[in-house]
Design a protein around this ligand. Structure first.
Ligand SMILES: [Mg+2]
Length: 260
């Protein structure tokens, strides 16, 4: 497989996962081969996701299970990005989120705490959400704790159709507390891309971000100063491009189309 000339000049490829590499538990046809071919041609490949239900370890296992050639250190998920953002700012956190988020927060040295002690409420997608979790979070926020979300995606695609995302849970807390989040760490925030560039010594001009969403992947890439390719195997439809505020540099049918 040979890269098309317009892509050969990039030395790093920052790939979104859901809608680019897989849908649910199904790899997108040609995606594992594309990742392997990028690496075989000496390109650096990094994996990104706004979904905070899994840790980097969890995503590495999923990538490998679905046939992708991935190594530790190549995975950037919003749970990790949130933990890095919080490290050094606060010590005790109240979590509305799942095991993967808790794992990354603990790895960063943060302590889980109850509503009376936490300095920050951290919100991610939580499929075990209860009213009492929201109530605890609100008590925390009423004491002046920070409100930080892994990502703001209002929905996420599932095998059954759209499901409420972390952004929907965040919106409930913002409404209850009467204030906006202090930070939303995932894309379109440039934070996760910038973290990866820093950790791997990549200059923005050398990297191409590949994503399936205009409002997160492409917008975040542009804020980080990266070239962006939109693939049509996920959320975005060709008709979305006309009204998009931020346009991708390239539009591809699928990630396979990086190659001739
Ligand atoms: Mg995606």
């Amino acid at each position: 497989m040979r890269l098309k000339p317009e892509f050969a000049r990039f030395s790093a490829f920052l790939l979104d996962c859901d809608g680019v590499l897989w849908r649910g538990e199904e790899p997108i046809p040609g995606a594992p081969e594309a990742v392997r071919a990028l690496k075989a041609s000496g390109k650096k490949v990094l994996f990104f996701t706004n979904n905070a239900t899994l840790s980097r370890r969890g995503y590495l296992a999923k990538l490998r299970r679905l046939g992708f050639d991935a190594e530790p250190g190549e995975v950037y998920c919003s749970a990790y990005a949130a933990a890095v953002w919080l490290r050094g700012r606060v010590r005790r956190v109240y979590v509305v989120g799942e095991e993967g988020l808790v794992e990354e927060l603990k790895l960063a040295g943060l302590e889980l705490a109850g509503p009376e002690e936490a300095e920050c409420v951290v919100v991610g997608l939580d499929r075990g959400l209860t009213y009492s979790k929201l109530e605890g979070a609100l008590r925390c926020l009423s004491r002046g704790a920070l409100l930080v979300a892994t990502n703001g995606d209002p929905t996420l695609p599932t095998e059954r159709g759209l499901a409420p995302g972390a952004g929907a849970i965040l919106a409930a807390l913002e409404a209850a507390a009467g204030r906006r989040a202090d930070a939303v760490v995932g894309k379109p925030n440039a934070f996760m891309y910038e973290l990866a560039l820093r950790e791997h010594g990549i200059r923005p001009g050398e990297a191409l971000a590949v994503g399936d969403r205009l409002d997160t992947d492409v917008e975040g890439a542009k804020r980080a100063g990266l070239a962006a390719a939109l693939v049509l195997t996920g959320a975005a439809k060709p008709s979305d491009l006309e009204r998009a505020r931020v346009k991708p540099d390239f539009v591809l049918g699928s990630i396979r189309d990086l190659f001739e």
